[in-house]
Design a protein around this ligand. Structure first.
Ligand code: ASP
Length: 332
């Protein structure tokens, strides 16, 4: 009798532990600690992440595509001033907001992206339009804006993206930069050492009832960026990637995600090395860390397994299961 009971207990414990996730999101990684987040702010972030997951999940539950779920969840975060995407996008050195976004569907390897746009309210919708309505994958600047307008997307005055928080971050960073210039000992450090230690990019990966995985990412880039700098978020394979097996979205110091082709590398590790989603995405973050970069990545595979590794203090992140159970996390 005892002999029979043990395997049974093991199996039921295993099936209980095996949750199937259908969506995972992030709202940026960085120096996010309990000490520098008030309980009120923490609640605001949690509530917004939950709202994004709820809205994304209800698309999936209603039989809509993972593309619909991803764009819906990302729009919730783009419309909030809490994150560095859409409304809350950070300022460039020139005091502008230049936004980047991309999306990719895994079953057909279709992708769309926009970079350096200044008037599109929801860049993720523009990325989706590039994917669905054009023969291109990436559009930039004014051309992307003209295209978005033709597609009937909402165009806003660039002032829409102004927030006190992001404006003050730019002023602080500029002050630090001029301090640095007067200090001879630090002159060799690149400007990005002045980053405000928080990357608020948003991203989502979803798996729909047809087994199709979609990944998307949207960002304002990095505060004080110069010369129309473009990060990893709109670059397929770096900040966003999806194939039949897995979807990924990154947040962090974009240059390192580009140099390591972070998302595609993790997907390839799964495909060619047969690694699981956790080890493959962790390997991408480890490589970024070895090179001196930081950030995090979210991943969801075709069986509903997720991974959310990061090498910063925290990452706004969350996931929802096929039963609609929501989990939201912030700190390490
Ligand atoms: N990865 C983004 C970039 O480098 C920044 C972020 O994640 O917040 O543009």
């Amino acid at each position: 009798m005892k002999k029979l009971l043990l395997p049974f207990l093991l199996i039921s414990a295993m099936t209980m532990a095996q949750k199937k996730y259908v969506m995972v999101i992030h709202g940026g990684a960085g120096t996010i600690t309990k000490a520098n987040l008030t309980p009120e702010k923490e609640k605001e972030y949690r509530d917004k992440l939950i709202e994004a997951l709820q809205k994304g999940y209800s698309e999936l539950k209603n039989g809509k595509s993972s593309l619909d779920a991803v764009t819906t969840a990302i729009m919730v975060m783009e419309d909030s001033p809490l994150f560095n995407a859409g409304k809350g996008a950070v300022f460039t050195n020139e005091g502008k907001n230049e936004l980047d976004a991309s999306v990719m569907t895994g079953n057909n390897l279709k992708a769309g992206a926009v970079a350096g746009v200044t008037t599109i309210k929801n860049p993720i919708l523009a990325a989706k339009a590039v994917m669905e309505k054009s023969e291109h994958v990436m559009m930039a600047g004014k051309g992307a804006e003209d295209f978005a307008k033709l597609q009937g997307l909402e165009i806003v005055d660039p002032n829409y993206f102004w927030t006190e928080k992001t404006w003050n971050s730019l002023q602080k960073m500029k002050a630090k930069e001029s301090e640095k210039k007067t200090s001879a000992t630090q002159q060799k450090q690149p400007d990005y050492f002045l980053i405000d230690q928080k990357f608020g990019t948003v991203g989502a990966v979803a798996l729909d009832k047809n087994g199709v995985i979609t990944a998307g990412t949207s960002t304002g880039g990095m505060t004080n960026k110069k010369y129309n700098r473009i990060g990893d978020s709109p670059i397929i394979g770096a900040g966003t990637y999806a194939n039949e097996q897995v979807g990924l979205s990154g947040t962090g110091w974009g240059e390192f995600f580009i140099r390591t082709v972070a998302s595609k590398t993790a997907a390839d590790r799964m495909k060619f090395l047969k690694e699981n989603v956790k080890n493959a995405s962790q390997a991408s973050i480890d490589e970024i860390g070895r090179l001196g970069g930081n950030g995090g990545i979210i991943a969801l595979d075709k069986d509903g397994n997720i991974a959310m590794p990061f090498n910063t203090e925290g990452m706004y992140r969350g996931a929802v299961t096929d039963k609609g159970e929501i989990e939201v996390l912030i700190y390490k």
